[in-house]
Design a protein around this ligand. Structure first.
Ligand code: 26V
Length: 818
């Protein structure tokens, strides 16, 4: 019997209190009469986890019974952040827990602050995966996430004298109550070795004799949906030494070195690669990719075989989503398993592979596409290299039939790149196999079609689609901005918008209502106060909540143009300094907030961080400026910091050079929280403009189609004088560190200004001036803010996931009965 209807654990305050205290005593092993906040957090989390596990078991039993087509979401990165608040909200038991804790003398919010972030990813792509998992669970899709359980997540950013330093993020130090170690769910993963030909029943077979075997052990992370019993699984793999003993080394008597050698296996899942720009063809990275792909596929195939005795139905039961090219080696692995282990023919195996895989790309730059040197792949995965060569041979033959002997085009489309370092183009492999290639916004797809994958688009136009990204309103509104949410629910007369976000549009009709406006402003004020306190604790800078909080938080990249922001701040400072005292009354006070991590090897990005600190030092200590302008850099930006900063922002900047941000998802989080956007026409901003109207935003700058022609102009394109002036201030050492900033200033000189900061500067300042004017008109500003939230419905990951489910994966909801 499934016991689906039984709720074993009770959620009344007395049961919850007893549960928490039991966990204090038996799980945390502290006395129930004396425990601190952290111990209370641990006990609380275990109590929540028990409830999660119940639902998760029921969901999986139900999936097993129904055997629907399942989605397997393969991603090397998931930026989950904290789990406690999100879990209790999705489980619908937040208030009960808060009450129970109150009676025990604890505050839920204080305990929630004890949790560290799970930062198993770099930036946009990784947080998107986390948002999409929340939507998959909430919409009851039978989905699994698969990834790697890195011991060290994304580095911690420490700022010393204004410079970024990186510290390891050993996030598991204090235990992780949100995961369940599955010692019995483990698979061997093979590397290196040779491939030999063998005959089996008269048929030629390839046999891979590995040189190393590492064990992949599963760690399960249950993820609850909102307002549903469904809880899905994020299964992360950790590397452990294999149980298959290397008898020879043990018998040589060198026991200690044999153990130390085996321990090296664990390094595979040790650390997340922190550079989201370039692929360096590193062996460890390839091993990480294959390790998680191989373990996941063994798991998926085992599950399928539990209830099927051949592979005919595989494509009807399995959809495999490749998140960027990082897991693309899965294509060769599926071929290897089906051919070498399951003894299917090449054609049958290829037919299956083409039906199960879909691929989403998250970058715009062709340089962002992953290439693996042939020598490296051949060494680490010799059988896979053969398979990729065979796939490419067939692909090239098919292509020749279609396009003839156009060798230029054939070589552009080939999976193998000849030349300097012969490499495998993982994107070409993915496009050749996957039934669908998705972009992450409308303009991103256009760029893929016209530039990056033009040849492929012309060959297979039907494969190319886009699904505009979205974010989950559960985390980005309900968890992080309860004040705003309760007032939204009050005005809409329902909480249903948390599940059906289109209902937010109902706020439009009240956008000018003075009562809503008043409550809306109050909610913002409270959030600004919280943010101001945080800033003061962090940096000692006191900021006025009457000032406009102007925020740019995201990874530091030249294309995201934090430098444009800082140069704009210098311009503002320079203007104030040169103003008559009496005119200063007209200046709209601003608190400029910047946060983000630079990849450890990205020199220019690190200089941008230092420049931000140097400018902040000058401005914040200039007694002449007082509250008119402040600049703060928020260190160690992560998901939890975003949850605090976004609700307290008035204005947020998304100012990438047009054509460089594939989508951008930060903007959507700000939009939902009623922050106005100051943005370029790039990525999803274009679609945001359509939803909320250009009048409700501050848009500026070159458009996607202008950029190539502007770049062609080279040094003829002269930056305006104001721009030259602020760059000169930096160059001349106005903020110190003259020599250090030289190379940074060089990047924006006429003729070298690839990201067009100089060209966009004048219109950027105009957009900033428009923001100032709007801010002083409180009624107008609040109206724009309400309309931003009201128009944000399209940017929920619920919508994105529905589209993927219907148009790409072909999966149906499978709702576990309550
Ligand atoms: C590349 C690499 C290279 C080597 C090692 C680690 C690593 C990790 C990530 C990447 C690619 C990063 C791509 C990415 O995050 N793209 C962002 O995806 C967002 C979600 O689709 C989108 O909103 C952003 O515009 C896009 O920049």
């Amino acid at each position: 019997m499934f016991g689906l209807m039984d709720e074993f654990l009770k959620n009344d305050p007395v049961s919850l209190q007893k549960d928490i205290l039991d966990h204090v005593e038996y799980t945390v092993a502290r006395s129930r009469f004396s425990f601190d906040d952290f111990e209370a957090y641990q006990a609380l989390s275990h109590s929540v986890r028990d409830r999660l596990i119940e639902r998760w078991h029921d969901t999986h039993q139900y999936f097993k019974k129904k055997d629907p087509k399942r989605l397997y979401f393969l991603s090397l990165e998931f930026l989950m952040g904290r789990s406690l608040s999100n879990s209790v909200i999705n489980l619908g038991i937040r208030d009960q827990y808060a009450d129970a804790l109150n009676q025990l003398g604890f505050d839920f919010e204080v305990l929630a602050e004890q949790e560290g972030d799970a930062a198993l990813g770099n930036g946009g792509l990784a947080r998107l995966s986390a948002c999409q998992m929340d939507s998959l669970a909430t919409l009851n899709y039978p989905a699994w996430g698969y990834g790697l359980r890195y011991q060290y997540g994304l580095f911690r950013q420490i700022i010393l004298d204004g410079f970024q330093l990186e510290q390891p993020d050993y996030w598991l130090n204090f235990g992780n109550p949100w995961e369940i170690e599955r010692v019995h769910v483990s698979y061997p993963v093979k590397f290196y070795g040779t491939v030999e030909d063998e005959g089996l029943n008269g048929e030629k077979m390839k046999v891979w004799i590995p040189g190393e075997t590492v064990e992949a052990v599963a760690y399960d992370n249950p993820l609850p949906g909102y307002d549903t019993r469904n809880a899905i699984n994020l299964r992360l793999w950790a590397a452990k030494p294999s149980g298959q003993y290397d008898m020879e080394s043990y018998n040589t008597g060198d026991y200690i070195s044999a153990v130390v050698d085996r321990q090296k296996a664990e390094t595979i899942s040790n650390v997340l690669y922190p550079d989201d720009r370039s692929y360096q063809g590193k062996e460890l990275r390839l091993k990480q990719q294959y390790f998680f792909v191989s373990a996941s596929l063994q798991d998926i195939i085992r599950r399928f075989k539990d209830s099927h005795d051949n592979f005919d139905d595989f494509p009807d039961k399995v959809a495999l989503q490749i998140n960027d090219t990082h897991p693309s080696i899965a294509i060769a692995e599926v071929m290897r398993v089906l051919i070498d282990e399951e003894h299917l023919s090449w054609n049958k195996a290829w037919d299956i592979a083409c039906k199960i895989f879909s691929f989403t790309t998250h970058s715009v730059q062709p340089e962002g596409l992953e290439k693996i040197p042939v020598d490296l792949l051949g060494n680490v995965l010799p059988r896979h290299l053969q398979i990729i060569y065979d796939i490419n041979y067939n692909f090239m033959e098919e292509l020749k039939k279609k396009i003839g002997q156009d060798y230029d085009r054939l070589s552009r489309m080939s999976i193998i790149e000849e030349g300097g370092v012969k490499s495998i183009r993982m994107a070409n492999l993915s496009i050749a196999c996957c039934h669908t290639v998705n972009g992450v916004s409308r303009v991103h797809l256009e760029l893929l079609k016209m530039r990056v994958f033009k040849d492929f688009y012309e060959l297979w136009p039907q494969k190319f689609q886009y699904k505009t990204n979205g974010v989950t309103q559960r985390r980005w509104m309900v968890v992080s901005n309860p004040n705003l949410c309760s007032l939204i629910s009050k005005w809409l007369g329902t909480e249903s918008w948390i599940r059906n976000i289109d209902l937010l549009a109902g706020l439009q009709q009240y956008a000018s209502d003075p009562d809503l406006q008043y409550e809306w402003e109050m909610a913002k004020k409270v959030n600004k106060m919280r943010l101001a306190e945080y800033i003061e604790t962090l940096s000692g800078v006191k900021v006025s909540i009457d000032a406009m909080f102007d925020v740019q938080i995201k990874r530091i990249h030249e294309y995201k143009r934090q430098l444009l922001n800082i140069l704009g701040i210098i311009h503002r400072y320079d203007c104030i300094k040169n103003m008559e005292k009496s005119d200063r009354r007209r200046v709209v006070p601003r608190v400029c907030i910047i946060g983000g991590k630079a990849a450890p090897g990205y020199d220019i990005a690190k200089k941008i961080i230092k420049l931000c600190h140097a400018v902040a030092e000058t401005i914040n200590n200039d007694a002449d400026i007082r509250d008119l302008l402040k600049l703060v850099f928020i260190p160690d930006y992560n998901v939890s910091v975003a949850e605090l900063v976004i609700p307290g922002s008035d204005l947020s900047q998304h100012i990438s050079t047009a054509g460089h941000e594939a989508s951008g998802t930060g903007s959507m989080k700000f939009l939902m929280n009623g922050c106005l956007l100051l943005a370029t026409y790039d990525g999803a901003t274009i679609e945001i403009t359509e939803e909320i109207g250009a009048d409700n935003m501050f848009l500026f700058g070159a458009k996607v189609n202008d950029v190539p022609a502007l770049r062609k102009k080279g040094a003829e394109l002269k930056a305006p004088l104001q721009f030259a002036r602020v760059v000169r201030m930096v160059r001349d050492g106005y903020f110190g560190f003259k020599d250090y900033f030289k190379s940074l200033c060089d990047t924006v000189e006429d003729g070298k200004d690839f990201y067009l900061l100089g060209y966009d500067f004048a219109s950027y300042l105009e957009a900033q001036a428009a923001a100032d004017r709007a801010f002083v008109d409180k009624e107008k500003w609040t109206r724009m803010s309400i309309l931003s939230t009201a128009g944000s419905g399209k940017f929920s990951s619920d919508r994105t996931i529905e589209e993927y489910a219907k148009e790409t994966w072909g999966i149906e909801p499978c709702k576990c009965p309550f």
